[in-house]
Design a protein around this ligand. Sequence first.
Ligand SMILES: O=C[C@H](O)COP(=O)(O)O
Length: 250
Amino acid sequence: MAAERRPLVAGNWKMNGLKASIGELDAVIAAASGVGRCDLMVCPPATLVAAFAARAAGTPVAIGGQDCHAEMSGAFTGDIAAEMLADAGATAVIVGHSERRTYHEESDAEVRAKALAAWRAGLTAIVCIGETKDERVAGKTLEVLGVQLAGSLPDGSTATNLVVAYEPVWAIGTGLTPTAADVAEAHGFIRDRLMARFGAEGEGVRVLYGGSVKPSNAAELMAVANVDGALVGGASLKATDFLGIAGAYR
Ligand SMILES: O=C[C@H](O)COP(=O)(O)O
């Protein structure tokens, strides 16, 4: 029997949001009990994690970080340990986002180390993978995804300690999305790899789609086989849009 995977709609606020932005979280919390068929998560910038986690405590909305260092502590100016995110109330952390891989030159090995750090702190690791436009045009999408999965996912991945986010780099913030068939191919490939490596646990790992998800296209994208929710960037900054996306699971 196929694994039951409860969908997750997670908002990645990236480098956006000030203290006053907590009103958007309040609006998500207020509507959360009506969004019965998926989990909700908001990943604000690190400066807001503690305040957001305090506000969301006892509600169905989880709070996550956007990145963590692989080490627990030390002389790493400007970095944040997974333990610090957990201490602030986060229950998950995004690692290996393409913006980290591109602007901070993070390798698969570094992403894997960060995922292990997330587990060490008791956090779920949301590991991002995805091909560039050039790689897609060259017909290398699945090859790239295979390499990223093999290098970025630690041994010991389970349905509860890991979420994978498939985010084609060319679809992020561009308004472009792959066709439903392309999403199905990528997610089917990721599922096969997860099951081949982690067995039944791999079948239970949620695989999110990310890249220009909006209320207007969410229902079509979320209906694709092996799409277990969304990692939302720009559209997560407004509660109405974020909730509109989660509405695909009403
Ligand atoms: O983490 C989120 C993704 O990068 C998607 O961003 P976007 O929804 O603005 O395209």
